[in-house]
Design a protein around this ligand. Sequence first.
Ligand code: SAH
Ligand code: SF4
Length: 363
Amino acid sequence: MLIYDLDLLTLANLLSEWNEPSYRAKQIWQGLYQHFWNSPEQITNLPKSLREKLAEHINFAPFKVKIFLDSSDGYTRKTLFELPDKNLIEAVLMRYGDPADNPQITASPTGRGAKNRRTLCISTQAGCAMGCVFCATGQMGFKRHLSSGEIVAQVMYYARMLKEENQSVTNIVLMGMGEPFHNYDNTMAAIDRLNDPEGYNFGARRFTISTVGLVPMIRRFADEKRQVNLAISLHAADDESRVSMLPINKKYKIDEVLESCRYYVNQTGRRITFEWALIHGVNDTPEVAKQLAARLKGLLCHVNAIPLNPTAGYHGKATGRGRAAAFKAALEQAGIPCTIRMRRGIDIQAGCGQLAGSVSLVG
Ligand code: SAH
Ligand code: SF4
């Protein structure tokens, strides 16, 4: 049993079976989620006998750190974790802001004065079953779902690391390996656990979930009226083009996806984000931008475009600056706000779609 898989009530029930007083559960909870301790011995406000019992019956070590890599600018760290069944997953920390606030950083890709943020990108599955052609995780295939605790533990690992620098995670994006809506229940359980006011207390609005567009789950998510941000990986404005990149589009066509997005906006009043990997000559012309704008008309949304990151299994090329700017201008002229996002951590294969759980990339 992995400690991070338990919610507070389950932990309390377990302790009452052990005839422990009820406040012990909260002491453990605070140790885990406020001090980020990761072994029972550290929870010194518990009696020794209970610490020993916990160590004997509950697993406090969700994974081993296989390796971590820092990008050359010092702003991005990718950590590769090995799960007990030897599957590998990755989580990436991206720092934004002033080097003065981040002493270990020498250069600033965002320029001085940029808002100081530390965004953590975590995985929800080992591998992915969706097979998007330009994504390294898709190229490796599906291994397995992560448990809620395995998702939570990635955050605790980085929270612990940042605490040593007197810093904390400011945003969490579920954009690492895997499709979060294919592992819906565990993903939501992880968010709820991280959100728990008695524990880590991470605000719902500081999470962003990204999905390839699993329509029934978008509707379910809308009905739950969560405050969590939602991003949809669109990448194409017509079905023929989208299906050639995202096989799931055979099942859920663009119209259906956008219909569920309208439903989401109606249900929640929240703006939705569309993600767009800009691929030279494929989906980056002003004509495509106009076609996209026409389809998104009237929807409370925003387009996040990012030049394609290279992966071993796909030969498309990233759009250059000039074409990206023209794409953005065409969208905005048609009334759809668009941001061209910076690529991050490409030198350590930590960019969007580059996580393959592979150590062979190293060195
Ligand atoms: N499975 C989810 C979340 C993980 S992927 C999803 O697909 O939305 C996170 C984002 O990276 C998605 O928008 C995905 O389309 C994008 N992506 C995948 N491969 C990429 C690549 N090679 N370059 C840029 N973005 C990529
Ligand atoms: Fe899976 Fe997302 Fe990669 Fe597609 S882009 S293969 S859904 S992780």
